[in-house]
Design a protein around this ligand. Structure first.
Ligand code: SAH
Ligand code: SF4
Ligand code: F3S
Length: 472
């Protein structure tokens, strides 16, 4: 094993290529796996042909997502042969939710695979890779008794710096809700919350590396309830207040939330905490009470609308985002109209919508009355047209207003920078707006199809926030 000393990069004799599918939690996990492997002497490569270790961090949420993995593994098999001909060994690993759901089956279906590792055992990854390099085929999908977060190395200072000014931080994992369409309770297991001290320490490290915006992650993030330093149980609202105290952390977000877990304390955080961005992803999935019941969402459409009203009273400029499923078993045309209605009632700034995909082992897959593909397609099209219209209208409504912008990275064109609005939209500005890591005021000039365009209120220097940025 190679030792790292201070800021000196350890010599990298082996290389790992990581491909990530699925949700933000997988993005976070991929980084932590890369950190664990870096501590073991692996450098990161973007070139799969150059990799001694290929890791696919997979998603099982819909059939398409899972099947993508197998077609990629077919290509990787070729690559492994070609490298072997050149005398180079390649270890191939499958991590993530397909690994957890299918385990041994992956080794059977894809001969190129050497190791299969589930999300609860990532801290064992370096050891598992070593065994695979020695020729063993390994499936590691037991839920570990030890806390994986305690055992994963802290993100390297420099590694974080190179990752930019925004970061994800997993605070909660797994789900106890068992919506009848969803595999997550099976792939990620029961809900586990990380304790406050662990989360604060990680956020402080991120802040020291120049991160200014942290997004707390959980499959059910607002169900988070962790042990506080006072020995009491804290909820997410209280945690957000604590994280906002960390010098350097100026923006907070959290995702994904369940309507059942939006409690008063969390709504109060939206009212009282300026660092908490006025943007909330709160999936409702469907608008018909009959379908919501069959989905086991355990709330009605009216409950959801009342909740949104309370949130908007607390934070009038909040923009909503959501997820929708069309064609859940038994969904009639009238049920679907209820989904269109709830979308019109709420008005979303952004949303994701999917055709229902029956997943093995979930109750939904066993239900009679599966909806025809043609009806699913047609409903999805109608829903997406409405959601796109709302998204555009929201973007256009910002034209002429002044917003705060966290500058994140260079734009695609020379002389441009890209940042994020409080509502998570990309905003393109001239590079004289400030430096990466600054939070600046810009006036939105117009909305493009995927991004907004802004001009600095205070170009070059002189902004308080730009001066703060010097710290970064
Ligand atoms: N925990 C979140 C959702 C996680 S999965 C919540 O409770 O809302 C992300 C999204 O994928 C879901 O919101 C849902 O819209 C979609 N999804 C999950 N299972 C699906 C399935 N079987 N078919 C189609 N879409 C699905
Ligand atoms: Fe899946 Fe429902 Fe849990 Fe969300 S709350 S992860 S949709 S089971
Ligand atoms: Fe997919 Fe697993 Fe995330 S199934 S959506 S990667 S929790």
């Amino acid at each position: 094993m190679l030792e790292s000393s201070g800021d000196v990069e350890p010599p990298k004799d082996k290389k790992v290529f990581v491909k990530t599918y699925g949700c933000q939690m997988n993005v976070y996990d991929s980084q932590r796996m890369a950190d664990a492997l870096a501590a073991d002497g692996y450098g990161i490569t973007d070139d799969i042909e150059d990799a001694d270790l290929v890791l696919l961090n997979t998603c099982h949420i819909r059939e398409k997502a899972a099947e993508k993995v197998y077609s990629e593994l077919g290509r990787i098999r070729q690559l492994k042969h070609e490298r072997a001909r050149r005398g180079r060994e390649t270890v191939v690993g499958v991590a993530g939710c397909v690994a957890q759901a299918e385990g041994q089956e992956i080794l059977r279906r894809a001969s190129a695979v050497d190791l299969v590792i589930g999300p609860q055992t990532y801290h064992r990854l370096p050891a598992v890779v070593e065994r695979a390099r020695a020729g063993e085929k390994i499936v590691e999908t037991e839920y570990a008794l030890e806390d994986k977060f305690e055992h994963l190395p802290a993100p390297e200072r420099n590694a974080v710096r190179s990752r930019g000014v925004t970061a994800f931080l997993t605070v909660q994992e797994g789900c106890d809700k068992f919506c009848t369409f969803c595999v997550v309770p099976y792939t990620r297991g029961a809900e586990v919350s990380r304790p406050v001290a662990q989360i604060v320490a990680e956020a402080e490290r991120l802040a020291q590396s120049g991160v200014r915006e942290v997004t707390l992650l959980g499959q059910n993030v607002n169900a988070w309830h962790g042990e506080g330093p006072d020995g009491r149980e804290w909820g997410l609202g209280r945690l957000l207040f604590r994280l906002a105290e960390i010098p350097g952390i100026d923006r907070l977000r959290y995702t994904t939330s369940h309507p059942r877990d939006m409690n008063d304390e969390l709504i109060a955080a939206h009212r009282d905490l300026p660092a908490l961005m006025p943007y909330l992803h709160l999936p409702v999935q469907a608008g018909s009470d009959r379908i919501l019941k069959a989905m086991n969402r355990r709330h009605t459409a009216a409950d959801y609308l009342r909740l949104i009203e309370r949130i908007r009273t607390a934070r009038p400029d909040i923009a909503m985002s959501g997820d929708f499923i069309v064609g859940f078993p038994g969904e009639s045309e009238a049920d679907f109209e209820e989904t269109m209605k709830i979308v019109r009632d709420v008005t979303y700034a952004q949303a994701f919508s999917f055709k229902y995909s029956p997943r093995p082992g979930t109750p939904g897959a066993e239900m009679g009355d599966q909806v025809e593909e043609a009806a699913k397609n047609e409903r999805l099209q109608r829903l997406q047209a409405l959601l796109t219209e709302q998204q555009r209208a929201f973007a256009q409504s910002l034209a002429g207003t002044e917003i705060s912008l966290l500058l994140e990275k260079p734009g695609r064109l020379e002389g441009q920078l890209v940042g994020r609005s409080p509502w998570l939209q990309p905003v393109i500005v001239d590079e004289n707006a400030g430096r990466i890591g600054d939070i600046v005021s810009v006036r939105i000039t117009h909305a493009g199809s995927n991004s907004l365009f802004g001009e600095p209120m205070n170009p070059a220097t002189g902004l308080k926030t730009a001066a703060e940025g010097a710290r970064v």
